[in-house]
Design a binder for this molecule. Structure first.
Ligand code: G6P
Length: 606
């Protein structure tokens, strides 16, 4: 999603803003821009495409001034063009950057145009700059002008404004979209998240919904929607400068795939009690009170929830439903049969998931946020937090956050099952031991890069591929297909193996790649015969499986094995070759692995 940065009180801040924007590249963008105030007027540079284009423009024409704002834009309203790139200036007096959507922008624009305001973009965002000009023309003070702008707009937003006559400050505000204020020694900063500011400061203030603030070099004056001064706590964020580089890997995604043993081990640590046993970060009573769970998530996080449903229902006998976050609240769900909502989100900022969680909370469900970013909105708003500790995930396609989510969810399922008395102590011990072994087993699964390379080479020329799995591996088939399509742009679909015969088998034609996930579980025989049917019709079977299940599918064209594991935990282990296959296929095709086209890391619009 769009990224916002800003600085005030920092000499020649243009380069610093560019650096901060680089840290937000992972959110996805298609154009970018920076504006500074040089004491006499605004200096603005905007460019479509990658930040390298903006960088070379700035090299030719350096930006001067000690206050400025920058933006990476991911097009929503209006195509990808320099005119639509932020910042947007109105009447040479107010310049803004904005993340989110101003839902009533059409009416506002029509009114402003009637009043004589000249617009220069197709964006919804530009109305913000004109609304400020309108308010200042009406003689309103800074505070009153900001309040009137906020009262006029509807939707989710975070924005920053720089005013020609007030070069010592930035005006910022947010509702639903994230915004962090960073406090330095002699300067202050703003960013869509703390990662953007990690090289500048660790002292951060997060605005609450409907807050606005005046940010000066000395700090921030924060106000609530009514304009009453409020005190928002300053926190020290954990993000540090070294966390966001490729560490010698070709892509962030490759690095993050390799970080999975660590990500899993750290996440497990957060789920391990003083006695060394895996538990959930909540009391026995709290666990006991969980009688039904609705899982809310988007994208890869949704597939993690689908895996967890097998675990929680199978082990703890607690009913679970998994909802695509963007569908949840609008279909007016019946919530009375659930006690608890678990919102799963790597970023903790996906607006669909946040809104779904709020809806669940408003309907009296206890909310638990399973998030990777500790200070994120979902983490702050949930009644309780179960963290993943995967570290910053920069590649748009989620990898280490997914296996960390699965690790936390299986740990939660076992803890719940134990409290509910739904599992024998012996079975609990077995699963606990397997979970504890996961970092090492995932480390072994990482050794399959070279074996997967030739398979990826062939797959890169396919137009379409199927992913099949049964039982707890069915959601992993969905995730495997998502990874391939989002990274390599090859059409891919995931199906439950047993469902093939009810329709999808019609898709099988000669040499169609069929990626099959298999474990030595109770449905092994059935899953293998589903694959045999696909193979008999010309499907080229690429088998991802544990060593002890290989013999069952002697007709597979290629086989990638992972170490033997309790079948329950197979999705964590088999996720690794599925990720590597998608990664290497994308590398083979030469696509933009870390920032696939049209995608954003964190989607903060509905
Ligand atoms: C975006 C990303 C996906 C991600 C999804 C949910 O669509 O491109 O990779 O799975 O958001 O993100 P979250 O941060 O809520 O897990």
């Amino acid at each position: 999603m769009c990224g916002i940065v800003g600085a005030v009180g920092l000499a020649n801040c243009g380069d610093t803003l560019l650096d901060a924007l680089r840290r937000l590249e992972y959110r996805g963008y298609d154009s970018a821009g920076i504006v500074t105030h040089n004491g006499a007027g605004f200096e603005i540079t905007r460019s479509i495409g990658k930040l390298a284009s903006l960088d070379s423009l700035i090299r030719k024409n350096p930006l001067s001034g000690d206050v400025g704002i920058g933006h990476t834009r991911w097009a929503t309203h209006g195509g990808v063009s320099e005119a639509n790139a932020h910042p947007h200036i109105a009447a040479e007096r107010v310049v803004i950057v904005h993340n989110g959507i101003i839902e009533n922008h059409r009416q506002l624009r029509a009114r402003l145009e009637q009043e004589g305001h000249l617009f220069s973009s197709d964006t919804d965002s530009e109305v913000l700059a004109h609304l400020f000009v309108e308010a200042f023309d009406a003689g309103l003070s800074l505070t009153e002008a900001t309040k009137s702008v906020l009262a006029a707009i509807e939707g989710a937003y975070a924005f920053a404004a720089l005013v020609l006559d007030h070069r010592d400050m930035l005006i910022v505000a947010r509702n639903a979209s994230p915004l962090a204020i960073g406090l330095g020694d002699d300067a202050s900063f703003i960013g869509s998240d703390a990662i953007a500011l990690a090289h500048l400061t660790r002292r951060v203030i997060y605005l609450k919904d409907n807050d606005f603030a005046f940010v000066t070099a000395e700090g921030a004056a924060v106000f609530d929607a009514k304009g009453t001064p409020v005190n928002r706590e300053e926190v020290i964020v954990a993000a540090s400068q070294g966390l966001v580089d490729k560490g010698g890997y070709r892509h962030f995604m490759e690095k993050e795939i390799h970080e999975q043993p660590d990500a899993i081990a750290h996440s497990l640590a957060a789920m391990t009690g003083a006695d060394g046993r895996i538990s959930a970060p909540m009391s026995r009573d709290q666990l006991h009170d969980i009688t039904g769970i609705v899982m809310l998530a988007a994208g890869t996080s949704h597939y993690a929830s689908l895996v967890a449903r097998y675990w929680i229902e199978g082990l703890a006998r607690v009913p679970v439903t998994c909802e695509i976050a963007s569908e949840y609240r609008y279909r007016k769900p019946v919530t009375s049969s659930f006690s608890t909502a678990i919102a799963i989100s790597q970023s903790g900022e996906s607006l669909d998931t946040l809104m779904a969680m709020r809806h669940a909370g408003e309907n009296d469900l206890q909310t638990i946020g399973l998030v990777n970013v500790p200070g994120s909105t979902i983490a702050r708003e949930a009644d309780a937090v179960m963290p993943t500790r995967a570290g910053p995930e920069i590649g748009v396609a989620s990898t280490k956050a997914f296996t960390a989510q699965l690790t936390v969810l299986i740990s939660f399922a076992v803890a719940l099952a134990e409290v509910k008395g739904a599992i024998t102590p012996q079975r609990a011990d077995e699963i606990q031991a397997q979970i504890q072994a996961m970092p090492g087993l995932v480390g072994k699964a990482l050794t399959s890069f070279d074996a997967i390379r030739p398979i990826a080479h062939d797959l890169a020329s396919a137009r379409s591929a199927l992913f099949l799995g049964r039982d707890v591996l069915f959601p992993l088939a969905l995730e495997g297909a998502l990874k391939l399509k989002e990274l390599s742009y090859i059409h891919a679909e995931g199906f439950a193996s047993g469902e093939m015969k009810h329709g999808p088998i019609a898709l099988i034609e000669d040499a169609l790649p069929v990626v099959a996930m298999l474990a030595a579980d109770e449905v092994l025989g059935k899953a293998a015969s589903n694959l045999r049917e696909a193979s008999a019709r010309g499907g080229r079977i690429i088998l991802l499986t544990e060593e002890k299940a290989v013999a069952e599918v002697d007709f597979a064209e290629s086989v990638i094995t992972v170490p033997n594991v309790d079948p329950l935990l197979a999705p964590i282990l088999l996720a690794v070759p599925a990720q590597i296959l998608a990664y290497l296929t994308a590398v083979e095709k030469g696509t933009d692995v870390d920032q696939p086209r049209n995608l954003a890391k964190s989607v903060t619009v509905e």
